[in-house]
Design a protein around this ligand. Sequence first.
Ligand SMILES: [Zn+2]
Length: 400
Amino acid sequence: MLLSYFMFFLLLFWGGLLGFYAKDLLRNWREPVLRHPVVIFESDDWGAGPLDQAKSLEKLREILAAFKDVAGRAPAATLGIILAIADTRRIRDMGGHEYFSASLAEPLFDPLREAMLEGARQGVFALHLHGMEHYWPPALMEAAAKDVNVRGWLQSDGIPGTEALPSALQSGWTDASVLPSQALSSEALHAAISEEASQFFACFNERPRVAVATTFVWTEEVEIAWARSGIEVIITPGARYTCRDETGKPGGADKRMANGELSRSGQIYLVRDAYFEPTLGHTPEQLLRDVKEHVRLGRPCLVEMHRFNFIGTAEKRDASLHALKTALQQLQSGFPDLRFMTSLELAEAIRAKVPVWVETKTVLRINVWLRRIGQIRGFSRLAGISGLAIPLWLIGKVTR
Ligand SMILES: [Zn+2]
């Protein structure tokens, strides 16, 4: 009798636990399980900016093109493109109170665009829309009125790098001239996104299909505007941050997402949650561990690797390139079945559930799902304490 009471309450608790975490459990179940290890390097911030990028892109292209996966495919680095930058000389000449910009379409940037297009033709670069500028120009002008450093940046000699701006101001889809940042007007936002999609076409003769918001701050409204401009894929860090909080950090997360989930506007989300920034001390060995974990969980490994690693001094650039080369060598020997593809190709394979890429066998999917839910911190702990982990473990044994 006592035992049946105990069993009743135990099952009740397990039911409650599963119910409480249902959203996370379902999200992990719905997320596609990949059949091969997939690694995609994602490099943001390239475009209108310092001219030494052309040399860096050339070298990056050479390194990537030297590798091939088992299917003969070279690794792809997606480039998050910035389409315009402050025309600092003109701003200075006009007294500093008005904003002027230089476009990536201008002849000055020909070598850059050519390097990007050559890499795209070779299949080692894929061009993503990152934004017109890597900031919201009115916010930057507003901040410049109060901040001598921002004023100095806007009137500096040569073509500045946006990496030097205060972090909060590098978000393009919120007004961070005050903190917490303020939402942009819907009209201004829609007009800006339509304009940048046309500008992307003017630069590359193709419309953008993948977008990644600057500093991963964007809103539902941005997604609607992106959809109108033909954006089909959104790169995310697994959450949507909508503003900069009072301390200047990305905040206001209003949504979480997994690979393959759809936005309300119908775009497919991908999650970029691995980091390989050699100048920040990330090593090839760490990357290898990250990839291993992604493979274990049936996930693609989208790796963040910003432009800042590859510009500045030649020593810094070459050290980062060398680290990338080492990482690629180690990945190839560590994962003989490793596959390279672009984020767009991955999104299309997931959307169409292409059987070569996406696991369809229920037994194998259950096994990977059990590994994934072991990562849900609260659930995993309570499942351990309550004993729910035992039947889950048995299911894992059977489905192995
Ligand atoms: Zn960026």
